[in-house]
Every structure is written in structure tokens, then in C-alpha cells.
Design a protein around this ligand. Structure first.
Ligand code: MG
Length: 272
């Protein structure tokens, strides 16, 4: 089996210091968590940024600061920029404003729309195509964020249309209230729906975290974890990014799956 790529989703859009004081919201806090988690086995950092009021944003200047700090500290990690729908205005110009920054190798791209608990994950056909074009123009590999199986089917359609380039890398975002439930049966259906040659990763939201990540490790998929996906470690304990990474490393070791280095992850993902 391929080595396991571990992605850290350190901040996301939802966690706050009030919900979990360990949430990194400044660039310095994010860099500190990325460095600690990289040492534990993380190969990819899925990055969101926050403004001065801790609010999620797509602001180019804030992504630039974060990328620059990582470069200054020589942190060798695959930097993946979020183009998610909850960082402010829902336009290509706003959501894709950071895609031409130097240092990044990947960006997230949702290939359909769904619901979050209190808002819409709105990704119009036009927005998807324009964000994809901007990613390829800047040498970024998209990570397809699939919140439901229809988004996998749409990605396959977009390969045929020439909008997306195979082989694709997917992240199954499962168990978001409002989208596909994180069950073994649903996971198998998602895996079976992948275009040939795809690689995949899983984000197990909330209580689906440990079972889904464990299944992904066993099935030859890859895993993502971090406070973006779960705020609590278990029913009563607040998590830290380090705790979540340590747990997934421990499960992988118990199951005999080796962890990929950053360079090994680049080969698996077909990055230059
Ligand atoms: Mg995200």
C-alpha cells in the first residue's frame, strides 16, 4: 500500500478561541502549529486565514504573510490554499485572490454545492470552472472537496470537459450536518465513484473522525485532521492540532501503514 499522506487542517472557518483556545488564528500561531505537526508526520497544510477579528477571510495579504513566514522558517510542507465558500464574498475574484501567491502547490476546489449547518456551500458551475482555470494557470493542483457523491460525479464530468486534469486528488468531507453522513457504506460508495487513477483523502467531521480516518488508512486512502474538522478530542476533552495528529499517526502505526514524508507526498500527488 502507498504511504499515508497526513494533511493538517489547522484552523478552518469555524473554530474560534472562545470555542477552543488552542485554535491558531494569527499567522505566528498557525506557523507554530504547522511546524510542530510537520515534525509529527504531516506532509500537507490545508490553510485558511483569519482577519484581525478572528473572522474567516480570503484576503490575499493575510495568505501572503502566512506563506512568507513559512518560507522564512524554511518549513518544507505542501501548502494548500483554501478557496472555500465561507471566507467572505462569493465571487471568483474574492475567493481566488490568493492563488497567484508564490510558495503554494495546491488549492481546495469544491465541485458542487451543499449545506453547512447554518449557511450554503455555494459553488456555481461558472465559479468552479473559473477557480480551476486560475489554479492551473498558477501551477496549483486542485484538491477536490467532495461533500457528497454528486461532487465526485461532477469532477469526473469536468475531466471529460477539459476543465479538470486527471489524475485528481479528492478530499471527502464527510459528516457535515447538511451533507453526506460519515458511514462505512457511504465511504465505500464515494471510493467506488472515483474517476480512475484518483487519490483520495478523508476529513471526518465531528464524531465520525476516528472511524472514518481509520477506514481510510485501511483502504489505502489518505487522511486529514485538525481543528477545522474537530474541536474536541473526545466527548469531553478539547483537542489541539498536535493531539489530533499524534492520534492519527498512532492509529496508522498500529495498522502497519507507513507515513509519507513531504517529498514522498509530492510524488504520490504528482506535484512538481
Ligand atoms: Mg477548509
Amino acid at each position: 500500500m502507498e504511504k499515508l499522506i497526513i494533511t493538517l487542517a489547522h484552523t478552518g472557518n469555524v473554530p474560534t478561541k472562545a470555542l477552543n483556545p488552542a485554535t491558531p488564528v494569527t499567522a505566528d500561531e498557525m506557523v507554530a502549529d504547522i511546524i510542530k505537526c510537520r515534525e509529527l508526520g504531516v506532509a500537507v497544510a490545508h490553510m485558511h486565514v483569519r482577519d484581525e477579528n478572528e473572522m474567516p477571510t480570503s484576503r490575499r495579504d493575510l495568505y501572503e504573510i502566512l506563506l512568507k513566514k513559512l518560507e522564512d522558517k524554511n518549513v518544507d510542507i505542501i501548502k494548500q490554499l483554501s478557496t472555500g465558500a465561507r471566507g467572505g464574498e462569493n465571487t471568483v475574484e474574492w475567493r481566488g485572490q490568493m492563488l497567484d501567491l508564490p510558495g503554494a502547490e495546491m488549492a481546495s476546489l469544491s465541485t458542487g454545492s451543499s449545506n453547512f449547518p447554518t449557511s450554503i456551500n455555494a459553488n456555481s458551475p461558472q465559479l468552479i470552472e473559473e477557480l480551476a482555470a486560475k489554479m492551473y494557470a498558477n501551477g496549483l493542483k486542485p484538491e477536490i472537496e467532495a461533500f457528497d457523491v454528486g461532487m465526485i460525479n461532477n469532477a469526473a464530468r469536468l475531466i471529460k470537459k477539459g476543465v479538470l486534469k486527471a489524475p485528481l486528488h479528492f478530499n471527502f468531507v464527510m459528516n457535515v450536518p447538511g451533507a453526506i453522513e460519515g458511514t462505512p457504506k457511504n465511504l465505500m460508495y464515494m471510493v467506488d465513484s472515483l474517476p480512475e487513477g484518483s487519490t483520495w483523502n478523508i476529513s471526518g467531521i465531528g464524531q465520525s473522525q476516528v472511524p472514518l480516518l481509520t477506514m481510510a488508512i485501511l483502504l489505502g486512502g489518505h487522511v486529514r485532521t485538525g481543528l477545522e474538522d474537530v474541536i474536541k478530542y473526545d466527548r469531553t476533552t478539547l483537542a489541539t492540532n498536535e493531539m489530533l495528529i499524534k492520534r492519527v499517526v498512532r492509529i496508522a502505526k498500529e495498522l502497519g501503514r507507513e507515513i509519507a514524508t513531504t517529498d514522498e507526498a509530492r510524488v504520490i500527488l504528482g506535484l512538481k
